[in-house]
Each structure stands twice: as C-alpha cells, then as structure tokens.
Design a protein around this ligand. Structure first.
Ligand SMILES: *[C@@H]1O[C@H](CO)[C@@H](O)[C@H](O)[C@H]1NC(C)=O
Ligand SMILES: *[C@@H]1O[C@H](CO)[C@@H](O)[C@H](O)[C@H]1NC(C)=O
Ligand SMILES: *[C@@H]1O[C@H](CO)[C@@H](O)[C@H](O)[C@H]1NC(C)=O
Length: 474
C-alpha cells in the first residue's frame, strides 16, 4: 500500500494536500543511519544479512583483556574471525554499507583505562586500531592482511569512570583521558585518510560519560568534534538488579516502582549536556529480558508490569546460556535473554503478535509503550520489543531529528521483522493518512511520518503517537 503525502500545517492554517502519489517511492532522508551490531562468533551466516537494510554494520568486537599477550592492543582472533571479517567488508561494500570495527564491549574493555592514561600506550593502541582501516597491501589471498579496509571505529568502552565488567580497571580520570585518546585517534585518521573520512562513534549509556566524581558530566561539548555520532544504548533499563520487574527498553519513563530511565530521558539528558541531536543514534534491543516474579501478574488489579521478583534471571529463550565467559569470569548465571526470533518461534507464533501461545498472557504498557508477557506456571515475566513498540521509537527518533537507530544485535531478529521497522527512519516527507484521528488535521506539526509497506500494519499506531507528540510539543 502506498500512501499519499499530506503535509499537515499548524493549527489555524490551511492543510495542504500534495498530489496523491501511488507509484513514487517515499521520500528518503539521505544521511539517516540504520546500524546493526553483528557478532559473527554467534554463528549467524554473513550471507543472511540483508545489506539493503543497513547503512552501517558494527563488527562486535575487537577486545582488550588482561590475560592477552599484549593487553593494551586491540585483539581479534584472526584465525577464526579473519575470513568472516573479510567477507563482511566485501559484501557490505558491494552494497554501499559501511563496516565499522567496534572495540571493547562488556568484556573487552578491561584495559581501556590504562591505555587512555598513558601516552605511549595510546600510541600503540591507535596503531593496532588503524590496521582495521588501512587498505591491504599484501594481496587478496594474504592469510593475515596488513589492512582490513574498514570504514570507522566504534569505541565501546563500557564505561569510562564507571564500573562495568568486574575485570575492568576504572579510574577517576578515565573520561578526561578518553578525550585525549579520541583526539589522537581523530588526528591519526585525518593524517592517513585526508580525503576519505573514517568515522568515530561510541556505544554509550543513558547518561553521559562520568566525570572525576563519578557523576555524569553536565557539559560534554568538548567531545562533539571527535565523534561522528554516539550510539545510546537504551536497553537493559530493568534487569535482575532492579527493585521491580519492568521494561527492558521503555520509550518513556516508567511510573514508580519502575526506574525513571527511558529513551526520552536518555536523549534529553544527552542534549541537556550540550550534545547535538544529529549526533545521536537511538539503541534498540532485538531481545527481551525475563524475570521470575514472586506474584501472579495476571491477577493484580490493575494489571501492571511492575512486580516484585526473585532478583535472579531465569533461563530465557533456547539460546540463553549460563556459561561463564572465558575472558572474564563473572560467575555462572543466566541472563534471561529472549531473542525476538525466539519469542516469535516459541511464544508469539501467531502473526497477530498479540495472541501468545497457551499458558502465556500478553499485555501492552501504554506509558512506556512496551509489550510484556507473563506465564503463570513458572511466574516468568518477559519485557520485549515488537514491531509496534519499535515503530514508536523510530517515530520518536524521526520527529526529534536524530541520526538514526541501531540494534543489539542483528542476528536476533525474526525474518528481518524489526529491521524493516527501523528502516522507516529513511522516510522523511511522507505523512500518514490518519484514519479515525479526527483532530489530527488540527495538530501542530508538519508531521513527517513514514508510510512504506508496513504502514498497512502499523500506520495507525504511528499516527496516533505522532499526534500525541504534537499535542505535547515534544
Ligand atoms: C587527569 O587528566 C588530565 C587531562 O588528561 C590531566 O591534566 C591530569 O593531570 C590528570 N590527573 C590525574 C590525577 O591523572
Ligand atoms: C547451568 O544451567 C544448567 C541447567 O540448564 C544447570 O544444570 C547447571 O548446573 C548450570 N551451571 C551452573 C554452573 O550453575
Ligand atoms: C494510550 O494513551 C493515550 C494517551 O497517551 C490514549 O490516548 C490512548 O487511548 C491509550 N491507549 C490505550 C490502548 O489505552
């Protein structure tokens, strides 16, 4: 179904209707990004990635760990990962997709603090990272190329000035030193690639980097020139550590007893600290999180997704594992992860996405705009994202002029169902026909809503949400 373009004018002004287009493709918003984190280690074949639906793929991860022969350089197991890295770059580039080396992550950030603090270590680390960007001069068949021809570095230090995995070194000066490291990386890239811009991005938390006192910086403008954009990870907002069950990735803040964190909070916090909206990509999870509630969540009145729980994640979907991680032993525990693909194959087998398999109940939280599931037999609560909740996030990102969206992680999808929704960020000038929303024409925005193919299924939800945003003037 193709959608006519309607430009909605401010209250009191004429509503101008562009000529209906039934054949023209939707307007495309040129520089928007759909970024996929991809871990080849998890075994998903690279040829099953649809490169038409990504602008960037972040290879996860190059790592630093304390037991490595040299803990201060970026390590990739080239013997097993090298061929995949080559294939990813080759296939991606053939479709115009940028391939970025993501460095660090939860377990691979162990020595960032030491690297950033020492000029000589920084120099050596940068040299090891530049290898990913350089062209290979040793020929196609070289087992170990001297360059991997990638397009940028995504620095995933989790987290400067704040505890991450228990194996990390953390120091008060981390963030100040991080800026030094970033400036030197930028300078080296510009020196080696004066006419071929290589990107620097970073996966960041819902609060800006921590200052020497451990609190988020309130002015981060000094970082603007070194980053192309930051990837704000708005997921894992509630987990086993939280005081109640609650959404993994709320769009808006939860009411108490949920935690007051969300996509809206994260974007507001970063922008209040001086960060430009054009340099924000909003992170979304292609997975849900399970908890074991200590009450029957089906029979509470009113029904709510905030409940007491055991504080220990149960085994989530089939792939959820309690194996310890070789490079940093944090103990054997399940994560409670349910990939979207696993939710689709085991729980939401009905394409309506609202009728779960026997034993489960499915609910929608209209405050945080997230769906959740409950299974009474083992008191399992699962917070997750579906195409509807995802489309509201995309809508938010578009209406706020963000750079784009990304997901953790690409291979967790079901038949590209969620990925297709993220791609709605590319549509700019098309607007929705809002059936049944009479007041829409009086709304205040020049609504820029996507339409494309998924409109038929999700269009009305989107329209309603945009209408609410317009009314709130956010
Ligand atoms: C912290 O970093 C800043 C900038 O790199 C430097 O000037 C200062 O001396 C450092 N302080 C400590 C305690 O390392
Ligand atoms: C991991 O989970 C399995 C059950 O799936 C259990 O048998 C095993 O004891 C667990 N391992 C540890 C170390 O807790
Ligand atoms: C969700 O909340 C909005 C107000 O934000 C309201 O207009 C709408 O009817 C609600 N939808 C449901 C299903 O409760």
């Amino acid at each position: 179904m193709k959608i006519t373009t309607i430009v909605l004018a401010a209250l009191g002004m004429a509503v101008s209707l562009a000529a209906p287009t039934t054949t023209a493709p939707p307007a495309v918003n040129g520089d928007k990004a759909v970024i996929g984190y991809f871990e080849p280690l998890h075994g998903f074949p690279i040829d099953q990635l649809d490169f038409n639906k990504y602008t960037h793929i972040n290879y996860a991860f190059g790592a630093m760990w304390k037991g490595a022969p040299d803990p201060y350089v970026v390590y990739v197991d080239y013997a097993t990962e090298g061929p995949k890295l080559k294939e990813l770059v080759r296939r991606g580039h053939s479709k115009g997709v940028k391939i970025i080396m993501s460095i660090g992550g939860w377990y691979g950030s162990q020595t960032f603090s030491e690297v950033a603090a020492d000029p000589l270590k920084r120099k050596k680390w940068i040299e090891s990272a530049m290898v990913f960007l350089r062209p290979n001069t040793l020929g196609e068949n070289a087992v170990l190329p001297d360059g991997w021809n990638m397009d940028g570095l995504d620095i995933d230090w989790e987290f400067p000035g704040r505890p991450g995995a228990i194996c990390n070194t953390v120091a008060p000066n981390d963030t100040a030193n991080y800026l030094l490291l970033l400036k030197e990386v930028r300078a080296q890239m510009d020196l080696e690639f004066p006419t071929n811009h290589k990107t620097i991005t970073s996966a960041v938390s819902i609060f800006p980097w921590a200052g020497a006192d451990g609190n988020p910086l309130t002015d981060i403008r000094a970082f603007i020139p070194v980053f192309d954009w930051v990837n704000i990870m708005v997921y894992d907002v509630h987990g086993p550590w939280s005081s109640s069950t609650g959404p993994n990735a709320p769009l808006y803040n939860a009411p108490t007893p949920g935690d007051p964190f969300s996509a809206q909070q994260a974007i507001d916090t970063w922008m209040t600290a001086g960060w430009p909206k054009e340099k924000i990509a909003l992170g979304t999870p292609f997975y849900g999180r399970a908890f074991t509630a200590t009450v029957n969540m089906n029979t509470r009145d009113p029904v709510t997704q905030y409940a007491p729980h055991t504080g220990v994640a149960p085994k989530g979907g089939p792939s959820d594992s309690n194996a310890t991680y070789a490079l940093c032993d944090e103990g054997a525990q399940f994560w409670g992860f349910w990939n979207w693909g696993e939710i689709r194959e085991n729980i939401l087998v009905d394409d309506s996405l609202t009728v779960p398999a026997a034993g489960w109940m499915r609910y929608w939280d209209n405050t945080t705009k997230t769906p959740w599931l409950f299974r009474e037999s083992d008191s399992m609560y699962v917070s997750y994202d579906d195409p509807t909740s995802m489309s509201l996030k995309v809508d938010y990102a578009r209406l706020h002029g963000l750079k784009g969206l990304f997901m953790w992680e690409a291979q967790m999808d079901y038949k590209d169902e969620l990925l297709a929704v993220l791609n709605q960020i590319h549509c700019s000038s098309a607007a929705c026909v809002c059936k049944g929303v009479g007041a829409w024409a009086a709304a205040t925005v020049r609504a820029t809503l996507i339409c494309e193919d998924s409109y038929a299924k999700y269009g009305e939800v989107l329209c309603l949400h945009a209408f609410q945003l317009a009314q709130k003037n956010v």
